[in-house]
Design a protein around this ligand. Structure first.
Ligand code: GLN
Length: 541
């Protein structure tokens, strides 16, 4: 029978509940249990597809084309599994299903109410992964903070699950602030938050405290006393250098065994060695590599920035660790180069550059200038989606003599639309159907034998995840290839250019896909691995 671990949050948002959930999942998995995770996002949006990355961070893309909150990315990376889109539940999805059923008369004349009809719909969705795939553990992270209006029906649904006989363990993640003026960690916010949780009928089995430093025994006892849990079930989750190390922090406090005991589960195969070695290795790396990410979501301050590109950052880390270096990532606002092109020389201080995915007009000229500088000065370059499209634009203009070539996303009247709509996108946009209508999810590509990219993948046939509306215009492919671009990967019908490279450059590679979504700590994405290898060579020279 499946076991559910329900993770709720208290005190403040942004506690790292996603990492906490993924880390609990990781230790369960390493102790021999088949584990997956789900995320509940209590917002009214149907999915994250129409959300700006500055709202909730990056939009994560699943194999089956879901556009979802970034936490699903943490789960995939930590658990090394693909998670389908139905593992994300939003208020929008739940209400739309309930209203749809009501319109079809499925409630047989009953008054349709939040309890039981909305909560029943939520329970069906939470139970679906276990019903379909037979997991030992399903972790369910409930977004938001206890006390919010918007997640109250989700909390009610999981309360009903426990009361109705499902095997459920409740984990409440809270914040224990350390006030400088007092020099003391304070537990009162945690006490209040657990009080709110108990008011709605949920007794936490474990309280996980996020804090700067390890929770001391005095505070542990206090939380236990006021929150009605055993002191052993108060787990410290202090700041650590590396998010992948959180799982070992839990392991040290025996969290897995304590969970198993509460559920009367006896099997316990310990497979931690490889993971422990990995964490040990990455904590000891001496040499660094400097990678610049030329992005756009800078206007809202640096704190949100890394969230907008989290999978790119993680993919850089995985590849760097695989090559025994610690990455130092710099954020570069491409507008710097628009204001003063002399700033481009600063790029010489970097070992490799990435232009990641993006939408809209701002900073485009600066990105094109960056790409040209990398191409002309032998700086290793990886272009992701928009980063590949702009590499094609730059090459068309400056190496093929196609003046003012552009993407029609940016310049509708360009004389040389080297990047243009995927044909089916035209009507979609005319009808303003923005949700879930891009080219989304995993698509296969056939790689050109002997190309740099084919060697990196070590395969002729690859599949990567996509999220875009524009493509290399097939009418320009021949011309561009004649001037030196190699389109080293195409869709199986040969029409869509999925990968490109410049063979004479130390490393100039682009893809229409987002390989960052498939990078895992112990299995780096090949194109990122290639970038780091080239960057290491550049550094030595
Ligand atoms: N805006 C571009 C497109 O829609 C690139 C998208 C992306 O980088 N994900 O095709």
């Amino acid at each position: 029978m499946v076991n559910y671990i329900i993770v709720t949050g208290g005190v403040i948002s942004g506690l790292g509940k996603g990492i906490t959930t993924a880390s609990i999942g990781k230790i369960l998995q390493l102790h021999g249990y088949k584990t997956t995770a789900m995320k509940i996002d209590p917002y009214m949006n149907f999915d994250a597809g129409t959300l700006r990355p500055t709202e909730h961070g990056e939009v994560w893309v699943t194999e089956d084309g879901g556009e979802i909150d970034q936490d699903l990315g943490h789960y995939e990376r930590f658990l090394d599994i693909n998670i389908p889109k139905y593992h994300n539940i939003t208020t929008g999805q739940v209400y739309s299903a309930v209203i749809d059923k009501e319109r079809k008369g499925k409630y047989l004349g009953k008054t349709v109410q939040p309890i039981p009809h909305v909560t029943d719909e939520i329970k069906v969705r939470i139970r679906r992964p276990a019903n379909e795939n037979g997991w030992d553990f399903v972790l369910v992270e409930i977004g938001g903070t206890v006390g919010d209006y918007e997640n109250v029906l989700f909390l009610e649904a999981v309360r009903q699950m426990k009361q109705g006989g499902d095997k459920v363990v409740f984990v409440h993640v809270t914040y224990v602030p350390m006030l400088d003026a007092l020099g003391e960690a304070k537990t009162k916010p945690t006490q209040h938050s657990v009080k709110q949780l108990r008011e709605i009928g949920i007794m936490p089995d474990f309280i996980i405290t996020r804090s700067e430093k390890t929770l001391d025994n005095v505070r542990r006892e206090k939380i236990a006393m006021f929150c009605n849990v055993h002191p052993d079930d108060v787990i410290s989750n202090e700041d650590v250098d590396n998010i992948y190390g959180v799982s070992l922090l839990f392991e040290k406090q025996d969290l897995c065994r304590k969970i198993l005991k509460k559920l009367n589960l006896r099997k316990d195969t310990n497979n931690l060695e490889e993971w422990k070695n990995f964490i040990r290795k990455i904590s000891r790396l001496q040499n660094t590599i400097k990678i610049g990410i030329v992005g756009k979501y800078f206007d809202i301050g640096t704190s949100q920035l890394s969230d907008s590109y989290i999978s790119v950052i993680e993919a850089v880390k995985h590849a760097a660790w695989n090559n025994n270096v610690e990455p130092v990532i710099s954020w570069i606002d491409s507008k710097e180069f628009e204001n003063d092109p002399r700033n481009l020389r600063n790029l010489d201080n970097l070992d490799g550059i990435i232009v990641p995915g993006g939408f809209g007009l701002s900073g485009i000229d600066g990105k094109i200038a960056t790409i040209r500088y990398c191409r002309e000065n032998g700086i290793p370059y990886l272009g992701l989606c928009l980063g590949m499209q702009l590499a094609v634009v730059e090459y068309a203009r400056n190496a093929c003599g196609l003046r003012d070539a552009h993407s029609t996303e940016i310049d509708k009247k360009t004389p040389h639309p080297v990047i243009d709509f995927i044909p089916e996108q035209i009507t979609i946009l005319q009808e303003s159907r923005y949700g879930a209508t891009m080219r989304l999810g995993a698509y296969p590509a056939i790689l050109k034998k002997g190309s740099i990219i084919q060697k990196l993948y070590d395969s002729d046939n690859v599949s990567e995840r996509h999220r875009h509306r524009y493509e290399v215009n097939p009418e320009y492919v021949e011309k561009l290839e004649r001037c030196g671009i190699v389109f080293s990967g195409r869709s199986p019908d040969g029409v869509l250019m999925e990968f490109m490279e410049l063979p004479k450059h130390p490393y100039f590679v682009g893809t229409q896909a987002h390989p960052e979504f498939k990078s895992r700590p112990l299995k780096p994405a090949p194109l990122f691995d290639g970038l780091i290898k080239a960057a290491k060579k550049k550094k030595i020279v």
